[in-house]
Design a protein around this ligand. Sequence first.
Ligand code: MRU
Length: 345
Amino acid sequence: MAEVEPLRVLPGRRLEVLDQTLLPSEERYVHLAGIEAVCEAIRSLRVRGAPLLGLIGAYGMAVAASTDASGPELRAAAEAIIATRPTAADLAKGVHRALAVAGEAAGDPAGALWKFASEFARQRAVEDRAMAALGASLLRPGDAVLTHCNTGALATGGIGTALGVIRAAHEAGVLSHCYATETRPLLQGARLTMWELMKLGIPATLLPDTAAATLIASGRVQAVITGADRIAANGDTANKVGTYGLALAAARHGIPFLIVAPSTTFDPACPDGSAIPIEFRAGDEVGGFAGVRWSPAGGGAFNPAFDVTPGALITAIVSERGIARPPYGDSIAALGIAPEGRRTP
Ligand code: MRU
């Protein structure tokens, strides 16, 4: 199977992203020629998913430096990219790491940034494999799982976080089935996760978000597995809106609720979930989709892109550095995760 490639660099340092707003009907790459195009692609979710946002942050800085690598220009580009989406910790980390690389580069900051971004992408793929193996070890033969939003190759550039675990469990013959929520309002589960599951040959069933509690109560799934956009020091975790409800249902029915995320998604500077900035998106996304409007114009909409699941509802958090379990204050610190994702000595 050809691996899914959410971003690619063609000769001449031409950065292209697979336009995820068009999937699954059309596979079209768009060229991100400058910083405005990079920011637009992030805001519109052509490119999305927390770990991939870290990569696009780094590549976006390389694109900016290719036009003007002066300090003030690079700092302005960094601010513009970071301002596009506030919740995923990875985006600002990718940008800040790139800024640091540019600051230390002697002679050719643009060259140093392109090199850094491609090394970061390689490292991301290695981390995904490590998380997949660790996470799959938590499942038992015959388990069926429920997942939410899209956490596969499209969201990381590697094999994914939660979907990487699901893929590894499938390849090991452990997984019996994967249920995927449609993920309202932008349908990342229905459009993207189902597309990836089909490509991987994993037995998959789509359900409306509203059917998830009923599915869990029915006993058909033995675990819920999702990714994360930002994990606070105490284990409180922001992820796609609807995750909190899945965790509540999992706890009520006594099945594990697992989070899978690389160390860059942890934010030890956030003491708890109340400090995590939550992105709110345009109400239009709730009242219609892809140019079709079904709600009458003029009404309000409550459209947070993410919610926060309290650490107390999370059975385990899988990162490439190991598995954290409650109480998370201690177990996350034991993974050696420091501010900006640097490993503590
Ligand atoms: O708004 P999105 O599509 O960027 O939201 C993505 C999610 O919430 C994912 O679950 C999360 O980023 C983890 S991706 C590996």
